[in-house]
Structures are given as C-alpha cells and as structure tokens.
Design a protein around this ligand. Structure first.
Ligand code: NAX
Ligand code: K
Length: 518
C-alpha cells in the first residue's frame, strides 16, 4: 500500500478524535510511539545491548515519546542518557506520567541550560552510537531559539547518526519549511501517517530514511478529513501503470496530437512528441508552422508531421485551427504549448481548442503563458484540462510571484485547481498534482538531474501518452510525473546530476517503465 499523507494540524485532529471519541488514552498512544522508536533502533543495530544512546527531550508530547523510548531502550540493555531542553517541572499530562517512570529507573539525565551542560552534551556525543531527537514534533512552528537552537547545532555538528521522533525538530510538519537550525536526521520514525512536511522540500532533505510506524490509531479516523493526500511512491505508480496488451497494435495504444513549436523552438515540439512515443503511446501527430515541418519530419521519422498556417514570425497562425480541428477526431489526448511562443494568434488557437475540442488536453509552457492573459477561457472547456506550470507560470496564472508560489506550494496548487476547475501539476522538487476537488498527490521521484532545458516539454508528452493509453486524467498526470522523475533518478545513477539533457530523459523513459514494472 502506498503512503497516505496528513498535515501536522490534521494529525492533531485525528489524535484528538482517537482520544475523545474512541477512548484511546494519550498515554497509550505515547507508549506505542516510544516503543516503535525502540523497535526501530533494534532494527538499526543488530543488538541494542551495550549501545550508548543520547536522547534529547522537549516538553511537549514529542518529548513524552522520547521518554518512553528511553525506558524501552534501557530495558533492552542500552546505556541511555537524557538531555532535557526544559526543566522537568514543566512536563504535563502523559509526559509528566512518563517522567515519573523515568525517575524510578535511575537513568542519567541533565538539563541543557548553561555552558557546563552543553560541554557534557558535546562530550557524550563524541562516543555515542545514536542520538534520538525528541525535542519538537508536529507542534513546532518558526525557528528554534536560545538553548534549543544551540542544542540542534551541536547535534548537527556531531558525526553520530540521528533518529528523529515523528519529525526532525525545527521542521514544519505542514509545509516542509525548515527552521534555522533544524535537526538533520539519518532516520525519521513518524507515526500513523507520513506528515506532509516530511515529503516536501526543503524538509525532505532533513528526514533521512523515513519509517511510518503504526501506533494503533484507527484507520477510519481518516474519514474525518474531507481532502485526501497521497504520496506518489513506487507502489502507487505501479498500480497506475496500464497493462500492455500483448495483442495490441499502434492504434490500441492511443494517438496524441501535439501542438507545439515555432522558429527557434522546434526542439520543444520534438522533445514532447518523442516523449509521447517513448512513454508507450502508439502514434503521435505534431502540428507546427509550415516552414518548420519538413525539417521536423526528417528529424522525427517515427511521428506524423502536419505543417500549418503560420504568421510572419513563423509561429502557428489562428487560421491553423481549420487544419487542426479535423485532426482531433481520432485523438485520445492533445498537448498544447511547448515552444509555441506567446504570439497573440496562439491565444486565438487556444480559445478555439478549449471551446470546441472533446479530447483531454495538457496545457504547458507557452500555452500557459497565453492562458495567463485570460484564464476565463478555461470556463468554456468541455473536457478535462491538465495544466502543468512551473512556479513562474503558476505565478503568472494567479497573478502572484514565483516566490509566493514556492512559499506554500500545496495550498497554491489547491487554490489553482479550484479556481480553474482543472488538474494542476505544479512542477519543481516534489511535484504536486491536485485535482479540482482538492485531493493532493505529492511525487516522490526525481531530483536535480531533471532541472534542464526541455525537461517540462518531456513531461507534457509523457502525461499525454498515458492519457492516450487510457488512464483517467488525474492518474495520467500522477503516473506521468512519477515516470518522468524515475527517468531522472536512473540518469542520476548512470550519468550523475549534472549535464543531463532533456533528450536523455526521453531516451530513458522505456527503461523507467521497465524498472517500474519489474
Ligand atoms: N497527541 C497525541 O495524542 C500524540 C502525539 N504524539 C507526539 O506528540 C507530538 C506533538 O506533540 P505536541 O503537540 O505536544 O507538540 P510538540 O511535542 O511538537 O512540542 C511543541 C512544544 O513546543 C512549543 N513550540 C512550538 N514552536 C516553538 C518554537 N518555535 N520555539 C519554542 N517552542 C515552540 C509548543 O508551544 C509546545 O510546547 C507528535 O509530533 C508526536 O511525537 C505521540 O505521542 C502519539 C500521540
Ligand atoms: K523530533
């Protein structure tokens, strides 16, 4: 089963429901959480006995989990030392209860409050086997201050591995924002469901290996949330991948119409069109300005090329619509945008396409730039529309800056999906796909190797290819971003993260599909 994602705030709601409606006491959930930490430590080290474990303890429930973990690890024979970030008198509720258990165990502990205690912490970190971070969990916002900040810096300077409880302290569980400083963990054991901030950047860099531990919170709690969030991991992508019909022929795998290219940007049309076929569709027809068609035809023998009416600037003219519209008849998907330019006549073409086409449509690049001039035309669409903006294009569509988009990618994408009643694929590290009813899918694959010119043109082609192969629009978008990212990951392994060309991504798509299937 793939991973469900919740925000820190949603988790609080679910915890409250379990405690108040199902009568599961907080102290029991905390016991399960702390025990899950100890069990993970047991899996990391073949034997826990004799291991020297330093545990940092905050005053909230995350600190409570740390106290439970300390007790279990002590019972398993580990040498445990606690460093408290706050005076124990501040513990309340289940945390206080667990502190009483600790007091009866005669474990070593110090309160981090002066130079001497920090000296002791540094000394302990010199020869410990593991640091457990139980300072802050989902209740944290902002930047760590004072001695908390100092403790996090000391931990990050140490060479000892770090296991974070629920979230690395300093990380915002809702947004993935990291405070200055933030614990850089090697392992994060999160409870019940993955927190959104753990799978978004920059947070994801601080998480290390992510483990989701069951703490007996009832699964039906999720029914309380009206919007679902999922992680597009291998499991989910595998489930989405369409079966290949062994007796199929090129028509059974779908025909895509690519409307792309202008003088100086014919390559964009080529990348998109090639990606359509490399991701498994049977046929592709590319519409581009007439004067570019012959060269394109030679460069891409596997595709069908249609040269059409062009402007003086050698961009597609509005009149091209009359040549284009009959071609829609047998198509399963259309891509509109890569390399088209923002010539006013491109806007006319998009308006016609939206108002008249019955074929699912992916709008990318210049298609989005012309759409930004009048997003109202989306209202005329009779078909599902997938918009694939990068943060700059998203900003232009919404009239905000790319920085504002990046500051809260999830909520921005959700707003756009609602506003435009379209599927939004907000590109960038951890690409976010949102459907108009607000459900969210965060991609797990891909990395810096994909940050190269033309990479987006490839993605548009891949998504259209999956549409043509029969996937529902949201599924085509999700699988598209995953497979595109996986191709990037395979290239990162074989070629490294620098110097990858978009054409390399295209060529790696079949291998990505094969890897996913295996
Ligand atoms: N609520 C529950 O039933 C359960 C919660 N669990 C644990 O509890 C955690 C959440 O517990 P809490 O809600 O108590 O929160 P935390 O344990 O994350 O602690 C937050 C504390 O830090 C303070 N704080 C927030 N931002 C700060 C900042 N910038 N600088 C200084 N202090 C700051 C808050 O006022 C609060 O006192 C989870 O992450 C998980 O580890 C688990 O025990 C399982 C059950
Ligand atoms: K933590």
């Amino acid at each position: 089963m793939w991973m469900r994602i919740v925000t820190g705030s949603e988790m609080k709601l679910l915890d409250k429901w379990a405690v108040e409606e199902r009568g599961i006491p907080t102290v029991l959930l905390m016991e399960n959480a702390g025990n899950a930490i100890a069990q993970t430590v047991k899996q990391i080290f073949a034997s826990v006995s004799g291991r020297y474990v330093i545990i940092l303890v905050g005053k909230g429930n995350n600190g409570g989990d740390a106290l439970v973990a300390a007790r279990h690890l002590h019972q398993l024979g580990a040498e445990v030392k606690l460093f408290l970030l706050f005076p124990p008198e501040e513990f309340q509720g289940a945390v206080k209860t667990n502190w009483h258990f600790i007091e009866s165990l005669d474990l070593k502990w110090h309160q981090l409050q002066d130079d001497h205690s920090f000296y002791l912490l540094k000394l302990s970190l010199n020869n410990c086997d593991l640091i457990i971070d139980g300072i802050f969990g989902t209740g944290f916002r902002g930047d760590p201050q004072g001695h908390v900040s100092r403790a996090i810096q000391v931990v990050n300077e140490s060479s000892c591995p770090v296991l974070a409880i629920d979230v690395p302290s300093g990380l915002d569980a809702d947004t993935g924002r990291v405070g200055d400083p933030c614990i850089k963990a090697n392992y994060t054991v999160t409870f019940a469901w993955a927190k959104r901030g753990l799978v978004l950047y920059p947070g994801k860099h601080f998480v290390g290996k992510l483990v989701v531990a069951d703490i007996s919170l009832p699964q039906d709690a999720l029914a309380l949330l009206d919007k679902e969030e999922h992680y597009i991991d291998r499991e989910l992508a595998k489930k989405l991948l369409p079966q290949r019909d062994w007796e199929g022929h090129k028509n059974s795998f779908g025909h895509v119409l690519v409307i792309a290219g202008s003088r100086g940007m014919t390559g964009a049309a080529l990348l998109t069109s090639k990606a359509v076929l490399r991701a498994g569709a049977g046929l592709v027809t590319t519409c581009l300005p007439a004067s570019l068609a012959d060269l394109f035809d030679i460069a891409f023998p596997e595709g069908l090329t249609r040269g059409m009416a062009e402007t003086r600037e050698r961009t597609l003219a509005a009149a091209a619509w009359w040549e284009m519209s009959p071609l829609l008849a047998n198509k399963k998907a259309v891509v509109f945008g890569p390399g088209l330019s923002t010539h006013p006549e491109i806007g006319d073409l998009l308006e016609k396409l939206l108002a008249e086409s019955l074929v699912p449509l992916v709008i990318d690049a210049d298609g989005l730039n012309v759409l930004a001039q009048d997003t109202g035309i989306l209202k005329t669409a009779k078909i599902p529309v997938i918009l694939t903006p990068h943060p700059g294009e998203m900003g232009r569509l919404l009239g905000v800056s790319a920085q504002e988009v990046q500051a809260n990618r999830v909520e921005t994408a959700r707003l756009a999906a609602d506003l435009f009643q379209s599927i939004i694929v907000l590109k960038g590290a951890a690409t976010i796909t949102v459907v108009p009813d607000g459900h969210i899918f965060i991609n797990s694959s891909g990395g810096p190797s994909l940050a190269t010119a033309g990479s987006g043109d490839v993605l548009a082609g891949v998504i259209a290819s999956f549409l043509a192969q029969g996937l529902e629009p949201a599924c085509a978008a999700m699988l598209g971003v995953y497979v595109h990212g996986l191709a990037g990951d395979l290239l990162a392994e074989s070629k490294g993260i620098r110097g990858v060309l978009a054409g390399d991504i295209v060529e790696t798509l079949p291998l990505a599909l094969k890897t996913l299937k295996s």
